[in-house]
Design a protein around this ligand. Structure first.
Ligand code: DC
Length: 223
């Protein structure tokens, strides 16, 4: 598929800096930002609240058809309720791994993401954006960072929210999710062939955004 959708796909493992980078890149370009991880999290919350197990495929199908997930700025809404905090607990962190590996859930989420992003001018972050959701995106970025840096970032995020945990527990959770995300059978986390890899461990957010915008401009003018 020829790369011509004016969209920046930002993939990478948990804690690699995707959401901060995606938000700032969108601000810089005056584009919209879509956090697809939050969509899987909101779906996990909906299933949890309804007490539905993934193995109950008919019930999961009903919930998927019924729920409405929206993003306004950086806030996530589930059926009109702002669930931005409720989707970032340790409990949802655990639940979202099997939920995001479920074929039925992925099919529904990918359809919704493609509907939103197809007109372009989006920065979209996730795990399968450059490979599956928008293979035609002009610019694809794969963000990485050391496990130490990723764990410190995630610990700060959780501590700021008043969630009690420690570096070791956070690192174990990240490694568990990395393994699950990159080895699942449907849409595993992997770098698209035409993506550039950027390490955020030793660079500021502004430096990373500069590199992304420069890469996008270069791709746009060369197509
Ligand atoms: O980016 P995050 O940690 O909020 O993502 C939550 C989970 O959702 C993560 O375990 C991987 C999964 N995910 C996915 O499978 N595909 C995406 N496009 C985005 C997230």
């Amino acid at each position: 598929m020829s790369p011509r959708l004016d969209l920046i796909a930002l993939d990478g493992p948990s804690g690699s800096g995707k959401s901060t980078t995606a938000k700032r890149t969108a601000e810089r370009l005056g584009w919209s930002y879509l956090d697809t991880g939050a969509m899987y999290r909101a779906t996990s919350l909906a299933l949890h609240r309804a007490g539905v197990h993934l193995s109950d495929t008919d019930h999961v199908k009903n919930i998927l058809a019924k729920i409405e997930i929206n993003q306004e700025g950086t806030s996530i809404f589930l059926d009109g309720e702002n669930v931005s905090d409720a989707i970032r607990t340790m409990e949802i962190n655990q639940m979202v791994t099997p939920v995001s590996a479920d074929g039925q859930v992925r099919e529904a989420m990918v359809k919704q993401q493609q509907r939103l992003g197809r007109r372009g001018y989006w920065v979209v972050d996730g795990r399968d954006i450059g490979t599956v959701v928008f293979p035609e995106a002009i610019a694809k970025i794969f963000l990485v960072a050391s496990i130490q840096v990723r764990s410190e970032r995630r610990l700060k995020e959780l501590t700021d929210k008043g969630i009690l945990t420690n570096l070791e527990e956070v690192a174990l959770d990240l490694e568990r999710r990395d393994l699950a995300d990159s080895t699942r059978s449907i849409s595993p986390l992997r770098k698209a062939e035409d993506a550039i890899e950027l390490d955020t461990s030793k660079r500021t957010v502004d430096e990373i955004v500069d590199l992304i915008v420069a890469h996008y401009e270069q791709r746009r003018t060369s197509l």
